[in-house]
Design a protein around this ligand. Sequence first.
Ligand SMILES: [Fe+2]
Ligand SMILES: [Fe+2]
Length: 202
Amino acid sequence: MLVASRDLTEEEILRKLEKRLDPRRYVHSLGVAYTACSLFMAYGHTDPAELSRAYTAGLLHDCAKNLTDEERDKYCKKYALELSDVEKAYPYLIHAKLGAVLAKEKYGVQDEEILSAIRWHTTGKADMSFFEAVIFSADFMEPNRRELECMPEIRKLIYRDLDAAVYLILKQTLIHLEHKGQVIEEHTREAFEYYKRYERNE
Ligand SMILES: [Fe+2]
Ligand SMILES: [Fe+2]
């Protein structure tokens, strides 16, 4: 499938990712890429150029996930990334923001929507675009993900009502973070408040 990169071919992106990610993360990234494409198709975005954008965002969404602490700090400095207190306390969150920067700088992605979908894939945010919501939820429910109790419901719902599925994912995320005693990132909290309106009572 074509990729939305100015500099690299699909093969080059795959090879580079395979080198940079651990095997599990690489398989997950392919899972997000194809799940994002399936969601695009389900919602009528069947144009090959659109599918290639979904595929590219899925492939690259975790491109900054397996950096060492030193590499991460080096890139944050190099690209002058501003980090919130929560990101400083939970550095795994940084891979979303940094991933968007690396997708542009190292993988030749110019498309702002792809970069934004990568930027918001971990925390989510209120009123996401279709593209952002697809990558956010594909990340959660692609087939290689660990089976959670809520998964069948989310996977069934998502092809009929994306916003309602986003709400369930956020709800599950909050339960999980609260259970771990972890601080809730402000965009996740705002997203949860926003997507409440899409809750389905079936
Ligand atoms: Fe991620
Ligand atoms: Fe991911």
